[in-house]
Design a protein around this ligand. Structure first.
Ligand code: SF4
Length: 118
């Protein structure tokens, strides 16, 4: 990880330049912008114990950005003690799986996997 964090009001209007291969420059326009360089894909050997057993899971790369919980709130929950997200319920219908796939694809650090034990 090269750059990772959450913008705050003191940085409003400024830019943050990611120093990884993307070399992207992201304008900070508010207090709720989250940014991070890319990590590696999810690793089921490092998934949280709190995940519901099954195909989808969250691993320990999670930075608690909240995106998956906003995208698929029926399936992702927050561990208040640990400060991370986990799969609280496995999807079963096509619609539910699509919601979890959307969350997985949107995770900025690729902490969500779908190759867990079924
Ligand atoms: S989107 Fe990824 S990093 Fe953000 S809370 Fe969910 S699992 Fe964690």
């Amino acid at each position: 990880m090269v750059g990772c964090g959450k913008a705050d009001e003191t940085k409003k209007g400024q830019s943050f330049k990611l120093l990884d291969a993307w070399a992207a420059e992201i304008p900070l326009t508010g207090g709720d912008i989250r940014f991070c360089s890319r990590f590696t894909m999810a690793n089921k050997a490092e998934k949280w114990e709190t995940n519901a057993a099954g195909k989808f899971y969250v691993d320990q790369q999670c930075i608690d950005c909240d995106l998956c919980r906003e995208t698929a709130p029926a399936f992702f929950s927050r561990s208040e003690e640990g400060g991370y997200s986990y799969l609280s319920k496995q999807p079963t219908t096509e619609e539910d799986i699509a919601a979890c796939m959307e969350a997985m694809e949107g995770c900025p650090v690729e902490a969500i996997g779908n190759d867990g034990d079924v």
